[in-house]
Design a protein around this ligand. Structure first.
Ligand SMILES: Nc1nc2c(ncn2[C@@H]2O[C@H](COP(=O)(O)O[C@H]3[C@@H](O)[C@H](n4cnc5c(=O)[nH]c(N)nc54)O[C@@H]3COP(=O)(O)O)[C@@H](O)[C@H]2O)c(=O)[nH]1
Length: 612
């Protein structure tokens, strides 16, 4: 059945040959031969022994990777020498050369098949009108077609392997190896012509969240779409490469002036920030780009790539969705970042973390009703490293998972100690990073912590940022509902800084909102800000949501917030984050007498090993 189908395909292929199919070889010589009137039917056919030996030669040519046109030429000659009076040609389905063939008198063809029976082309013989192949002639031509199939398939798989070694499988873009090659060539050319070259290092913002929350299929589609947009922007001769993950490099060559690269960078930022539609979903993705140029910023491929990478990190630090040109101080910072990353790994192993606690006071009573656990890293050489520096690094490296687990358990143990000391209504607020929220089984971690520390769930408040809620609303909703069912409190951190704060409040089961420091900072000086804070407090009141105002640094701010009936206030004016031992005396009179079993240690050592 398959063979019949293949033969039929061969016939169809033969009929279509003059129009759609394209000759691989320049057959003109052969056609001229027959048109010129040399009666090739008179040519003697080769003996079976000679034909066999020629087949052997051809197989050897295939095995030794002789050029394909030569192999096919030999096969054509073999067929012509075996079948008296015909001229032969090989037509390939995907030959890019559209030379039309002269119309034959009578044509007969057999398909050239791959080992999986896919049609690769057709072996065509042309003869005078009325000619039809004998069984033996068919056999000869089909044998030649089989050898052609082997040769073509072998060449294609070699091409495929070569392509795979130099291209990214997902996007089809050049990979790091090919980019390196092209950069070396382009640098040579730039040196000769004196025309600048630019490298743009591009990293998508928040791609990991999209991948983790919406799944790898969406992530892959997004990467392909980004590749498409980048390719649409650059000129022929420029290179768009994917280094892996969400990192792309664009190499712009032969620039009239180095600053032209900034225009392209700007265009890329604009193009990528346009929403992408996947099925029913609109995805917003932005990118941070770093730009380094030759000769100004470096004279080797490695150095330029490193500088562009450093500039990209600056673009991230400057708020993302933009680009930065390389400057000297960035190199130093990049080095520091790499060092910090390995130091952070060691910090996990060497228990260099501790927790500080910042009080949250109820303005009406002046009592500490809650504390926020804030992570501190004391490095033996670097000293105190700010969480603003190491939390993003921990997220990037995945270390946030073990660190986050340690934070929750240590804070839980400390709260257990304070509860046992009689401060039974004290609430512990713990920050969850967006990445941790998506990649870890938070409900399970929370259950374990509550059980381990014997805490009532309402004593634990989990602070989430809007970034954590932004992606994959359904799964976030499910996780929050599970946490709600466990009974812990959920707080929305930095409220008012995101672009759909109110929307999040409507959709998710939030118990507390923390008005961002930036509002508190202006509450006493800007009527507009005061009005916004008042509106937030009123709205929260009608939704039954508690309000915490953070960043209270002055007495006047405290008074205004108290007058607005904020439930809790937090800030340097009330108390800075401090070790548990310093905070303990500020907790005031216990609500209940201390429990005997835990009276011994009111200030649990937060530096509990991560493994515990
Ligand atoms: N995922 C986790 N994130 C954490 C953890 N611990 C901290 N963090 C986050 O790091 C960011 C910086 O934290 P930090 O340097 O500790 O700063 C906190 C306070 O010290 C600071 N603060 C408090 N009061 C004031 C004030 O009056 N003025 C002022 N300028 N700053 C003040 O604010 C930070 C607390 O912010 P927030 O979390 O929004 O309540 C920060 O984003 C932390 O969240 C951790 O364990 N996991």
């Amino acid at each position: 059945m398959l063979i019949a189908a293949a033969l039929f395909a061969g016939l169809v292929a033969g009929l279509l040959l003059a129009r759609a199919w394209r000759p691989l070889l320049d057959r003109r010589r052969r056609w001229q031969h027959s048109i010129a009137g040399v009666d090739s039917r008179e040519a003697p056919t080769v003996s079976a022994r000679e034909a066999l030996s020629e087949q052997g030669h051809i197989l050897e040519m295939i095995a030794t990777r002789a050029p394909m046109p030569e192999v096919l030429d030999r096969l054509v000659q073999l067929a012509e020498s075996q079948v008296k009076g015909v001229s032969a040609s090989i037509l390939l389905l995907d030959n890019p050369d559209p030379t039309p063939l002269p119309a034959p008198g009578t044509g007969w063809s057999t398909p050239i098949l791959s080992h999986s029976e896919a049609v690769l082309g057709s072996f065509v013989v042309h003869a005078q009108d009325g000619w039809a192949p004998t069984a033996h002639q068919r056999h000869c031509i089909e044998s030649a077609a089989r050898l052609a199939g082997i040769a073509i398939e072998r060449q294609r798989s070699e091409q495929r392997i070569r392509h795979m070694a130099h291209h990214d499988e997902l996007t089809g873009l050049p990979n790091r190896a090919l980019l390196q090659d092209r950069m070396t060539q382009a640098l040579g050319q730039a040196r000769r012509t004196g025309r600048p070259l630019a490298l743009l290092f591009l990293d998508l913002d928040g791609f990991k969240y999209i991948n983790d929350s919406l799944g790898h299929e969406v992530g892959d589609r997004l990467l392909r779409a980004v590749a498409g947009r980048l390719q649409a922007i650059v000129r022929q001769g420029d290179t768009v490469a994917r280094l892996g993950g969400d990192e792309f490099v664009v190499m712009l060559v032969d620039l009239p002036r180095a600053d032209e690269a900034a225009l392209v960078a700007h265009e890329i930022v604009q193009a990528l920030s346009r929403p992408l539609r996947f099925d029913e979903r609109l995805l917003h993705v932005t990118a941070s780009l770093g730009l380094a140029t030759f000769p100004a910023d470096g004279d080797s491929a490695e150095l330029l790539l490193k500088q562009a990478d450093a500039a990209m990190y600056r673009a991230k630090a400057e708020g993302r969705n933009g680009f930065q040109c390389y400057t000297r101080d960035m190199g130093l910072q990049a080095l520091q970042r790499v060092e910090l990353q390995s130091a952070l790994r060691l910090a996990v192993e060497h228990d260099q973390f501790e927790l500080h606690y910042q009080p949250q006071v109820a303005p009406e009573s002046g009592r500490i009703v809650a504390v926020e656990a804030l992570l501190r890293w004391r490095h033996p050489v670097l000293g105190n490293v700010s969480p603003d520096r190491f939390i993003p690094l921990a997220e990037e490296t995945g270390l946030i998972a073990p660190i986050g687990r340690w934070v929750l358990r240590s804070a839980g143990r400390q709260l257990q100690a304070w509860h046992a000391a009689g401060h039974t209504r004290l609430v512990m607020a713990v920050n969850l990073s967006a990445r941790q929220f998506i990649t870890q089984d938070i409900p399970q971690l929370v259950r374990e912590t509550l059980e381990l520390c014997g805490l009532p769930p309402q004593a634990l408040e989990l602070e989430l940022t809007e970034t954590a809620l932004m992606h994959n609303a359904e799964s976030v909703h499910a996780t929050l509902s599970t946490l709600k069912a466990i009974g812990v409190l959920l707080a929305l951190d930095d409220f008012g800084t995101g672009y759909s704060s109110l929307n999040h409040l409507r959709r998710f089961p939030i118990d507390t909102i923390k008005i961002d420091k930036s509002f508190t900072a202006e509450i006493a000086t800007s009527d507009d800000t005061a009005a916004i804070v008042r509106a937030i407090v009123e709205m929260a009141g009608s939704l039954g949501v508690e309000i915490v105002a953070e960043g209270v640094e002055h007495e006047q701010q405290l008074r205004l917030l108290a007058a607005l009936h904020c439930h809790r206030v937090q800030g340097y004016h009330i108390g800075r984050p401090m070790p548990a031992a310093e905070l303990a005396p500020l907790l005031g009179v216990p609500d209940e007498p201390p429990s005997c079993d835990l009276m011994l240690d009111e200030t649990h050592d937060a530096a509990t090993p991560l493994a515990s």
